[in-house]
Design a protein. Sequence first.
Length: 200
Amino acid sequence: MAVGPSLAQIRKAAGRHTPELYPELGRAAAVLVPLLPRSEGLHVLFTERSKELRAHAGQVSFPGGSVDRTDKDVVDAALREAREEVGLRAEHVEILGHLDDCPTFVTGFVISPVVGIVDPLAFTAAGRYPWTPSPAEIASLHELPLDGFCDPANLRIEQRVTRGVPHALYWYTVQGTVVWGATAHILHQLIELAAAEVSR
């Protein structure tokens, strides 16, 4: 099995990265990429959205949503959404940095990804964070090993053209969970940044 980047590598890569911003391409949104340090390696939290939602129903994604007028910035928005969707408290998250904006041309949003590490001191005796997912928004949660997303056997890439612009569409399948679209794109960038940090 492939071995993914360490927390130290991700911390350094995210901290030194200057994100590319595209606010003119759509409505502002933010997501939190929650990293979970475990003895067996880093895991990543994903939400599976309720099939009753109007937007992205049933999709696997990161906690997040629109940036509200009351949010100070994208970090504030990402942490607020994480608290509302899965019960993650802001004081239990260390922000490591930002990734490039990710426009979603179909729904008209520009997602600002915020990378954060969840404090293991907040975990229960069973080694898990005490999530409280919103029954109105979240169907289930998936805590998947980052190593699984670094295995080429689990990645499929399709070349697409949207509004005349060619781009790659990423599909990951890890432990039976399919992660694709903007969420897969964000995760792929994080892995690539950390990999580049290793080669420095």
